[in-house]
Ligand binder design. Structure first.
Ligand code: NDP
Length: 330
């Protein structure tokens, strides 16, 4: 059974040296247990935080232990009548090919024609994050003018579509022209800034938001936050979902110089962690499945093949190698 352990804690940008592929024999199946073969695993930016030793909302990964994260697998042996062989399940036991469990942590996937790996993306944690952040935290209203950073990622691309479904003007920022074309041509996003080629982020974000910003869905932080703060309209809402620009920083980063916008424009700025809102997940799944079936929501995936590629996929998140959900097929 191949699995990836955390060999050392990254300093700054993670590298291959932080990870090690190890092979361990699988124990035999006990009474009431099931053997799950992982088919897909997710890599997510939040895992970077868990690789460092610091207090946070979730415990750090232990050194020399297999990493954990979202996965979708299939029951291949079962001593538990609740899980027939062939059942597709979601778990938090990624970064390994197989695992044995009593079944308590498994969520059987509904058989609704939606591809299983979507439960790691639009139908799973990133999808729920976009939904909660936009609807609950930012209190999106039809017609709002919305700006989204990291707009072509798993969360961002869904935020764009959810806001378009509400009849909003949507602008976003991305790190490549191909991603900008995807957002405009396939998702109907109104304006996109390529922050990597931009000579002046303040100016380009201003041009992309001619009527200002009522809702900022923040995934990046740093220079993005400062630039969008200048564009916020009175009574605007900022949902702080993530700040990926800061995750690999080795020293404290300067804050925005223009936070006084919060006062003068009477803004609300609120961070959130999606797991606090998990009671709403069944309702979200039902609604999202309908939107997908009605072809109102679409998504892209970037897939790395084989467990040995999982570190590359993870590191790739910080290099913008993904459009839509970054996945590893095991
Ligand atoms: P993505 O699929 O968006 O992948 C990360 C993307 O971020 C990359 O593709 C890259 O795209 C962009 N990026 C990477 N580094 C930088 C940088 N320095 N500056 C600007 N953009 C960068 O990941 P997710 O959709 O899973 O996550 C998006 C955000 O949401 C993250 O901040 C994450 O931490 C947060 N999150 C928060 C949750 C919560 O509960 N609060 C739950 C889940 C996610 P590009 O080419 O455009 O640079």
């Amino acid at each position: 059974n191949q699995q990836i352990i955390l060999k050392s804690r990254p300093e700054g940008q993670p590298t291959h040296d932080n990870f090690q592929l190890v092979s361990t024999p699988l124990p035999t199946l006990g009474a009431g247990e099931v053997l799950v073969k992982n088919l897909w695993m997710s890599v997510d930016p939040y895992m970077r935080g868990r690789m460092s030793e610091r207090d946070s909302y979730i415990a750090p990964f232990a050194l020399n232990e297999p990493l954990e994260g979202g996965a979708v697998g299939e029951v291949v042996e079962s001593n538990n009548p609740a899980f027939a062989v062939g059942t597709k399940v979601a778990s938090s036991k990624g970064w390994r090919q197989y695992f044995i469990t009593s079944g308590e942590e498994l969520q059987p996937l509904p058989d609704n024609g939606i591809p299983e790996q979507a439960f790691l993306g639009v139908m799973g944690m990133p999808g729920m994050t976009a939904y909660v952040g936009l609807m609950k935290i930012a209190e999106l209203k039809p017609g709002d003018r919305v700006f989204v950073s990291a707009a072509s990622g798993a969360v961002g691309a869904l935020v764009c579509q959810l806001a378009k479904l509400q009849g909003c003007y949507v602008a976003g920022s991305v790190g490549s022209d191909a991603k900008a074309r995807y957002l405009k041509e396939e998702l109907g996003v109104d304006a996109v800034v390529n922050y990597k080629t931009s000579q002046n982020l303040h100016k380009d974000i201003a041009a992309a938001t001619p009527e200002g910003v009522d809702v900022y869905f923040e995934n990046v932080g740093g220079a993005h936050l400062e630039a969008v703060l200048n564009r916020m309209n009175a009574h605007g809402r900022i949902a702080v979902c993530g700040m990926i620009d800061l995750y690999n920083a080795t020293a404290p980063q300067p804050g925005p110089a223009n936070l006084s916008n919060l006062v003068t424009k009477k803004l609300k700025m609120q961070g959130f962690i999606v797991s606090d809102h998990w009671d709403g997940y069944p309702a979200f799944v039902a609604e999202m499945a309908q939107w997908i079936q009605q072809k109102k929501i679409s998504w892209q995936e970037t897939v790395f093949e084989g467990i040995e590629q999982a570190p590359d996929a993870f590191i790739g998140l910080f290099e913008g190698k993904n459009t839509g959900k970054m996945l590893v097929r095991l």
